[in-house]
Design a protein around this ligand. Structure first.
Ligand SMILES: *Cc1c(COP(=O)(O)O)cnc(C)c1O
Length: 392
């Protein structure tokens, strides 16, 4: 660790454990540190920078917006907000958008929207069913539906009325349903929990339970959304539609922005003026990032590209699994995949860094691959080569 890193650690609350590298700039799927060393990026800042680094078109749009106006608050309308809401509605097929500044905040709002819906309908429902191994963020509401003891324990008591089902086990969900269940929240593809993809039966079964029992279905698409799994949003693969969904990470390619979206039916009986808000939400700069990112995504067919590259990545990972005994399983889909490995994750990610590859862990034993979606085959080959060197 150099002086700069030591000094940084002394200034910040010690909540992170960064890799010993100081990043300076980026180009496409590559990052460069202050020493000029080059890294192939398979982390994308936690599945955020889907268009990679140095996208001139996006950068120009942001600079232009900065020169016009970059904050208005929700006391007034702004054109960038309308434009971003319109494109998010179109790509999600949802009806109403609320802009947030992060994923956790989007989850927080989604939970409040669900509670308000029950309140206004007078159903007396307030409980949430969430999934074991889920991750929904760090605020009290979001952490309360995060099915992982380490995130919850020091902060008890949390929001009451939450129970946890086994992921991909419909019976375990059914067993938790009561006449007080307000909503079921899940990630269609669990990220932090170890890259677990929902089965068709599970997603469609939850939709059916919700319809039969008068429960709202909330899909958290903060990590798996925005083209990463090959469709714009992961739930769109299952032929269902949630009542509420959240998004963030990649929707602004790194400009802090998130959103939750409601169906018209939920919106009609849910949040009203005064119920919820955020000073920066719908910020013109963040909204410009969203509109421009989506525009580039659609024009360049980024989701289809992610699907194609995802198939190639799976092939390569399965071939590597044949060679490496320490790889037990290849998981996930699109450009959100992982390998279950029998080696300490911390050591593998550290060695990868030394070899010029940025990768991150997920759960206790999964190495996660969430590169910029603009990645090409030769970059996947390069990643596999480094991985092979480390794991063999
Ligand atoms: C990252 C993440 C969040 C939290 O997002 P923040 O922007 O860090 O608050 C919520 N849900 C999922 C599925 C995530 O991956």
């Amino acid at each position: 660790m150099n002086e700069y890193m030591k000094e940084t650690n002394e200034q910040l609350v010690h909540t992170y454990n960064p890799f010993p590298v100081v990043l300076e700039h980026g180009e496409g799927a590559y990052l460069y540190d202050t020493e000029g060393k080059k890294y192939l990026d398979f982390a994308a800042g936690y599945a955020v920078t889907s268009l990679g680094y140095g996208n001139e078109e996006l950068n120009e749009a942001l600079k232009e917006q900065i020169d016009k106006i970059y904050h208005t608050s929700n006391l007034y309308y702004n054109t960038a907000c309308l434009q971003a809401a319109t494109v998010l509605k179109r790509i999600s097929g949802m009806d109403r958008i609320f802009f947030t500044n992060s994923g956790g905040e989007a989850v927080e709002g989604a939970l409040k929207a669900a509670r308000k819906y029950a309140y206004k309908k007078g159903t007396g429902r307030y409980e949430f069913i969430a999934m074991k191994e889920s991750f929904h963020g760090r605020s009290f509401g979001a952490v309360s539906v995060t099915g992982h003891a380490a995130y919850q324990e020091p902060f008890q008591p949390l929001v009451p009325g939450v129970s946890f089902a086994d992921y991909n086990d419909l019976n375990s969900v059914k067993a938790l349903v009561t006449d007080k269940t307000c909503a079921i929240i899940l990630e269609p593809l669990q990220g932090e929990g170890g890259i677990n993809l929902a089965t068709d039966e599970f997603m469609q079964g939850i939709r059916q339970i919700c319809d039969e029992e008068g429960i709202l279905m909330i899909c958290d698409e903060v990590q798996c959304g925005m083209g990463r799994t090959g469709s714009m949003f992961c739930w769109q693969k299952y032929g269902i539609r949630p009542d509420i969904m959240t998004m963030a990470k990649a929707i602004g390619n790194g400009i802090p922005v998130g959103a939750f979206a409601l169906t018209e039916e939920v919106a009609k009986y849910s949040l009203e003026p005064g119920d919820h808000g955020t000073t920066y939400g719908g910020n013109p700069l963040a909204c410009t990032a969203v509109s421009k990112t989506v525009e580039i995504f659609e024009r360049e067919n980024i989701a289809a590209h992610a699907k194609e590259m995802g198939i190639y990545l799976t092939e390569k990972l399965l071939a590597l699994k044949e060679k490496c005994d320490c790889i037990k399983e290849v998981k996930g889909t699109g450009l959100m995949q992982g390998i279950k490995i029998m080696k300490p994750l911390g050591e593998v990610t550290k060695t990868a860094l030394e070899e010029g590859l940025l990768v991150i862990g997920a759960g206790k034993d999964v190495l996660r691959f969430v590169p910029p979606l603009i990645i090409e085959k030769n970059e996947i080959d390069e990643m596999i080569e480094i991985l092979e060197k480390i794991l063999l």
